[in-house]
Design a protein around this ligand. Sequence first.
Ligand code: 0O2
Ligand code: 0O2
Length: 275
Amino acid sequence: MDGRDWGLFLLPYEQTVEELKVKFKTMRAELKKREEYAPIEFVTGRVKRISSILEKAKRLNVPMDQLETGIEDIAGIRIMCQFVEDIRRVAEYIRKRKDLKLLFEKDYITNYKESGYRSFHMIVEYPVQTALGQKHVLAEIQIRTLAMNFWATIEHSLSYKYRESLPEEMRKRLQKAAEAAAVLDNEMSSIREEILEAQKKFEDDSNITSQALTLIHQLYFYHLVNEAMEFQERFNRIWVSQGADRNTEEMKELLEDVKQMIASYRKEDSNDDQV
Ligand code: 0O2
Ligand code: 0O2
């Protein structure tokens, strides 16, 4: 049996997990401040248990003196997102980072595993500063939605319980459950799209309304009092008739008409100045 000091061996991995957790939690906080919506929901991390490292080394035929290069996920970070689209965004942020080196990616979302497992994996090389100098450590970053995480967490505990003997019937039901989680993710994405579109339309409508009011008000400055009053009445009529199903077309026409009036008045005004 390998007589290494495991505590010492795992130290840089523990440091890597702690540092990366802080960095991605900070990224979440920053994005939330900047955009009022963070593509990262929460971040977790762990160092692989010694028994799992040994089992994996055996399964993958990794010699004991090559664990550092042969096993990529001794340090593991998990980033959970609300929506599938967020996963691509987070991956893009990671690709651009200067404090780690991306080695390769595994897209288990497009190419999901036979078990039904879905996630986006990035294997990175992270430089940790130890008392003996800099050390490059491999780490695996798993990015997934809350639904993917829900499925993977439960499937993982069942797989551990049953190991190789997971009954065929159970395997099939888990595959179906993974499909259901993917359907849920797609449905949530499309609901989100519709909400974003509705928000945008609402913002567009209120911009048109406030622009129209501002320009009507400007007419008074040009002493176009009768015109201002007419436009104001027209505005009121449209506003009252709009109800729940807003007719922005009429408001847009009004806005264009006021703009034209102001433009032609300005032209006349500058002609007068030249006389
Ligand atoms: P925050 O800022 O609220 O996310 P730690 O060392 O304390 O940072 P630890 O002890 O390793 O982290 O815990 P773990 O299990 O890795 O979990 C990390 C964070 O994820 C914790 O938040 C958990 O509360 C959070 N978390 C875990 N599972 C879920 C979940 O299902 N939903 C949500 N929303 N969060 C979850 P922190 O660290 O307290 O801080
Ligand atoms: P842990 O720490 O217990 O989660 P392989 O395809 O097996 O030759 P390898 O190196 O295992 O290659 O990499 P892979 O397949 O990319 O998987 C790495 C990790 O992804 C796993 O770590 C799991 O965390 C997760 N994973 C992959 N497939 C599944 C799956 O079918 N179900 C669940 N729940 N998770 C999966 P470990 O080693 O299992 O360890």
